[in-house]
Ligand binder design. Structure first.
Ligand code: NAD
Length: 504
């Protein structure tokens, strides 16, 4: 079946009518063959503001719904996602170009975070804190914060939304979502599933979930709107540099999930079979288009000449092609700009004397599709293009001889998202996850840097933005904390022994 017909049939089954397609407007494309699935009309700035106003109005009602009831809504959403998993996963494949198991995995992640949200809805606890004043009680209360803006990137078109939305809904916040302009159809499909869950739940206020269709201008409207007290923005560091200061200027909360330049270190004691698998998945999976993709590999001198030839062989044999086909592990790049960016980085590496395996365009999918052989780039030094994120399957490989030097190189980039170490040496492993080790938000041992589970807090430091989403206590970013002190006595003792005696 043609991509467009397949996508439209899925959308219809998920509750998105054909009528959403316009004769002209924003093109929804498939990277599988570069074809246009259809055109969508972008929201005007006024329409965007109306949607934000609806969400702000919904907040007044939703915040009063008890949190476990809000959790029930998220449970129903999880049920819709379970029922729609095959269709939505396929739509992710069609629109983002992920291989079938990764498209399905993305939806599974949405289901997982909904399950997590249901449990969380009964656990939004605050502390009771010892007070120095007699007959007083001090405690903290967590209240819903308000409309949560979500800006998302193309490469996790729906999972990132769910990390935010499941928590925001449970925490009592409506969501206004500006999906990537490259993956608008999956967003409309999710909107339809939210609507179904809302109908089953009954009594969900209008505006609890709004989607803004359009480019970065609509993202800017969301960022600038004072009715949106928290914005979770996922995308490039360049985007975060624009969004972060604007949110700071109006004292809104920012959850920034930006670019990564993730590394792995392979130590002398590493289990090389395991390392090989971990490296291959982390570097080539999703065609190198994960924020956590492995981009820099530091291999100890003593194992370099064993591991790297094996890696070269894997790079030469991996199946590249239509992500819908069985056995394909590397699908397309999202578009021509991604391909051009990859070639620029490879040219720079070549000029710096690197030896390159792969990296060339493959004749798959026609003139408007961009498939590449993943590139293994053996660098002479940690320099040039190695130090920045190129959102494509390029793995820069370098040697090291001292573990301390490998850690210094691993930390010597702007981004601080994810990192990993392959070793069986306990001292190295513990050093790596200690304060003297990796400076990233994610530091793994004997697994690659990608493929996180929702139970942990996800995010990174430095130019990755410092935001955290999904598990652990990430929910706190979607709520406001009030510290309450209650005096149940008959006197008014002041803290710190201050006396303030007034005369009447
Ligand atoms: P991008 O920065 O081009 O766009 C991301 C989103 O931001 C889009 O919806 C876009 O419309 C919007 N946007 C861009 N400029 C904006 C502005 N000034 N104001 C408001 N909105 C704006 O990113 P992309 O190419 O879609 O995704 C790839 C990037 O995302 C990579 O750098 C990757 O590492 C990063 N990413 C990070 C994480 C994470 O959790 N840290 C997850 C996924 C992707």
């Amino acid at each position: 079946m043609q991509v467009a017909d397949d996508a439209k049939a899925i959308l219809k089954r998920l509750g998105v009518p054909d009528a959403v397609f316009a004769k002209e407007g924003l093109a929804a494309r498939s990277p599988i063959d570069g074809s246009i699935i259809g055109y969508l009309r972008a929201d005007t700035p006024e329409e965007a503001k109306t949607k934000i106003a609806r969400a702000a109005a919904a907040f007044k009602q939703w915040r009063l719904v008890p949190a476990p009831r809000r959790g029930e809504f998220v449970r129903l959403l999880g049920e819709e996602l379970r029922a729609a998993k095959a269709d939505l996963g396929r739509l992710v494949t069609l629109e983002a170009g992920k291989i079938v198991s990764e498209g399905l995995g993305e939806v599974q992640e949405m289901i997982d975070i909904c399950d997590y949200g249901v449990g969380l809805s009964r656990q939004l606890f605050g502390l009771t804190i010892a007070t120095e004043r007699p007959s007083h009680r001090m405690m903290e209360t967590w209240h819903p914060l308000g409309v949560c803006g979500v800006i998302s990137a193309f490469n996790f078109p729906v999972a990132v939304w769910s990390w935010n939305a499941a928590l925001a809904f449970v925490c009592g916040d409506p969501v206004v979502w500006k999906p990537s302009e490259k993956t608008m159809l999956t967003a409309l499909a999710v909107q339809a599933l939210v609507k179904r869950a809302a109908e089953t739940f009954g009594g969900v206020p209008d505006g609890l979930h709004e989607v803004l269709i359009g480019g970065r201008d609509l993202g800017e409207i969301l960022v600038d709107d004072h009715r949106v007290p928290v914005v979770s923005a996922t995308g490039s560091t360049a985007m975060g540099r624009q969004v972060g200061p604007k949110l700071a200027a109006r004292f809104a909360r920012a959850i920034l999930e930006l670019g990564g330049n993730n590394a792995a270190i392979v130590a002398p004691s590493a289990d090389l079979d395991l390392a090989l698998r971990g490296i291959a998945f982390a570097a080539m999976g999703t065609a190198g288009q994960r924020c956590t993709t492995l981009r820099r590999l530091f291999v100890h001198d003593s194992v370099y000449d064993t591991l790297v030839p094996r890696l070269r062989k894997v790079y030469g044999s991996v199946k590249i092609g239509d992500p819908r086909e069985n056995g394909v592990l590397v699908g397309p790049l999202i578009d021509k700009a991604a391909f051009d960016g990859m070639q620029r980085a490879l040219d720079e590496a070549r000029a710096a004397g690197a030896a390159i395996t792969g990296g060339t365009r493959q004749s798959v999918g026609g003139a408007d599709a961009y498939y590449v052989a993943p590139a293994l780039v053996e660098m002479k030094a940690h320099e040039g293009p190695v130090k920045r994120e190129t959102f494509a399957p390029i793995l820069y490989v370098m040697r090291y001889s001292k573990f301390e030097d490998a850690i210094v190189m691993q930390n010597d980039v702007g981004a601080g998202l994810s990192s990993s170490l392959f070793t069986l040496d306990m001292r190295e492993a513990e050093t790596f996850v200690s304060v003297a080790g990796s400076d990233c938000g994610i530091a793994n041992v004997n697994i690659g840097p990608s493929g996180a589970e929702i139970g942990g807090a996800f995010g990174g430091e430095k130019e990755t933005g410092g935001g955290r989403e999904a598990g652990s206590d990430a929910w706190k970013a979607y709520m406001r904390r009030a510290t309450n002190t209650i005096n149940y006595g008959t006197t008014l003792p002041l803290a710190q022994g201050v006396s303030f005696d007034i005369a009447e």
